[in-house]
Design a protein around this ligand. Sequence first.
Ligand code: NAD
Length: 319
Amino acid sequence: MRAVVTGGCGFIGSHLVDKLAQLSHEIVVIDNFSSGSRRNIEGHLGKKYFNIVSADLKMWSSRWADSFREADVVFHFAANPEVRVSVVDPRVHFDENVLASFNVLEACRKFNVPLIVFASSSTVYGDANIIPTPENYVPLEPISVYGGAKLAVENFMITYSKLYGIRGLILRYANIIGPRSNHGVILDFINKLRRSPSRLEILGDGTQRKSYLHVYDAVDATLHLLKVFTGSSRCYDIYNVGNRDWIRVVEIADIVVKEMGLGKVEYVFKPMTVDGRGWPGDVKFMLLDITKLEATGWKPRWTSAEAVRKTVRQLLGKE
Ligand code: NAD
């Protein structure tokens, strides 16, 4: 299989590249290094099966688009993943998450790419009132520009699948964690505790509860679902990719404190909105219903708490 991975130098994208390489696929990565790093894919540089194009998908150019020629699948993982940025600077997210994705779809159309896999997000559900939230939950009312952008791209994908026959696999990921992540709550806690080992500022009122999936599981589920989808006759499909359970932010703090070997730490909560969110646009309670994913025969290896512990240990270099 010839696979194009946009955002392949990023956190999830680079783990996907590792797995595709293990499975002997030919890989082209397109990345502008805005949040990704060459270090994440350095094991593949110079290898016969691997090519990298340094380009910005916001700007159409045959330099990157030509690499879609003869691609069997495009994994579209490039994005600006910072929900907080989307709230203070919506245009950045429109450009990086909508415009860039539209260009990717147009390149698929131009070069007759048969299939695209899109890294969507749990944020499309907004503050869902059914938890765990299934794929057919309505109304989809994202509360961040990031979530709105993901939903817009999902809609374009559905249209392109119906109008141009480009099959679309939409994966709504929960919080994905693991080595090489460069943002998120775990890294935030580790960095803060390194600076001040007896006091931890926790954004939000402390009631937030969310579901976490280790990146190894996320990549495994992605390739598993690609196989399932390829074998089906659907023009597009949507899956939640997450864990069966969720975990409170305070439990995450407890795990980080324990793994760092710290003594008593005072937790200081800092609600950033009147309803106690960690930041405007933050979904306080997120648990995806993964019945549809599990019905395909896939199960997560680690629970949310186990994935958090494993990630902390990996980020601290203990694993
Ligand atoms: P990341 O920031 O580590 O990776 C994104 C990659 O895209 C980076 O390498 C970045 O340099 C590249 N990129 C960004 N804009 C680009 C552009 N205009 N042109 C070319 N390359 C560009 O983020 P991640 O956490 O690995 O997320 C990967 C995908 O999964 C994103 O689409 C994100 O929205 C989605 N997602 C992530 C999570 C999560 O918890 N990490 C959850 C749900 C969905």
